[in-house]
Design a protein around this ligand. Sequence first.
Ligand code: PEP
Ligand code: MG
Length: 568
Amino acid sequence: MNDIGVPVSEGLAFNKAFVYRHSNIKVDHVAIDEKNIQREKDLYLNAKGELLEEYYRLLGSSLRDEKEILDAHVSFLSDPDFRDSIIDYIENHSHSALWAVEAAGNKLVALLEGSEDEYLRERGRELNDLKIRLMEKISGTSSTLLVEEDSIIVADYLLVSELLSSDVGKIKGIALDRGGKTSHIAILARAFNIPLVVGLIDLSSRCQSGERIIINGFDGTVITKVDKQEIANYKALLKERNKYLRELNKEASKPSITTDGRRIMIKANVEGLQGIDTAISSGADGVGLFRTEFIFLRKELLNDEMRREEIYEEASEKMEGVGDVIFRTLDIGGDKALDGMGDESGALTLGMRSIRFCMKNKDIFHRQLVSILKASKHKNTAIMFPMISSRDELKEVLSYFESVKDELREKGIEFDENIRVGTMIEVPSAAMTADLIAPLVDFMSVGTNDLIQFSIAVDRGKDTLSHLYEPLHPGVLRLLKRVVDAGAENNVRVAICGEMASEISYLPLLIGLGFDELSVSAHSILEAKRKVRSLSYLECKRLADAVLKRREISEIKKEISDFNERRA
Ligand code: PEP
Ligand code: MG
């Protein structure tokens, strides 16, 4: 049986399905019998005891900020008022343990979250997280993605934290009912080279764990109830794909220069050391975006500050002689929330995310800046700040960064005094004021994933809106042009590191707009370089001029597809 979804990470896989169900705790809102009151009270008290034990164990080995979250959970759990309220629901309102925790938790969460005080609202989010954990304990469910053998994960959705805490090497493919093309789960799947298809509606409720399925990350087909002919077709496709990749790999050392001599730097977007290896073997000109939050979100690294510091060092060291590594500071939040931030729904995408989170959590930010500065002694390290929305905000961040450098100088810790500093341009207000921002930095890098979602008001993580998420929207293209022009006027280099740059058919337009540095997902480097070598800059420029005069997306698309067809 064939399902057609949206292909978001290329590749083919044929394996057993592993259907992953989130702990969707179902609460029966039915009054319990009086004789069961003691049983329900015991259920609650035992779950509370087990959870407290777990927290005490974790507290022994955690860092300061995690300690704070754990401490908060412990104090909520031990709070006599919270306990009395739960017991009251069981004893006097005939609630089950699960229902009582839900009711008492929701009541208190609503009270805290409705407060004017940000501190209390934050406590509300923590309490909500604790409530879910307590309910999971009572119902004996948990939401950990445990992949025991090579499998294709089939799920309704997948969180970044779930993927990162699983055994990624065993995941051969992913098929999701929901998800968007530039969601972080898609970006990670591409980084790990795992084929991913999203938008499969209800596949996860129809598919059984153990049944063999085929997924095609090129055209979005997912086949269940696989027959012999489909297996034969899969094998033929795989053979063809492997041949194509072998040919492409032979071109790794060829530079990316257009037919009329314009050098276009093709850099890599990476999420960890694995990406650095791919970048080097594909002949990348550097790392244009190191998404540091992904090493932060890996469960095994969460408590390991030293290892994280080593990763920055190793990355810079490996890239010596190849190019710069641009470390983007933590872009935590949105669909990359930390456990306990309570934002798995994406509510923080426009909120306490990224640089805002860092400037509010200076202990975390400070440690990261120190680690990046230490790695900069290799002289090929640059730093970049995400989600900057104005010159004022950037100035504040830069001044904090300077104060951290001063501290290191005082302590005699070595770092690169000439470390290059850049900013991402991914908020429309920053793109509009790129001319005011440019003089403060050494480079700017456009994050189209967010820039598009914010300027068109379309959530990048939702496939139901994918028809509106349009990189070729004239409004987006005008913003891109504005940033390139601001860079040129201020002699500041402008790169593009959003997924738009990994879309090979858009390269002529981007090069024509004036971008001469594209940072693409590590597995797209070879194809991007090949495309650049086939293009003339002058023709690209003509294309961009024509596109900027077009008034409708359909006309722009036609202009671009005609251009690509003429040169195919
Ligand atoms: C972007 O927004 O385009 C970007 C590169 O950052 P991220 O995808 O990590 O949000
Ligand atoms: Mg972004």
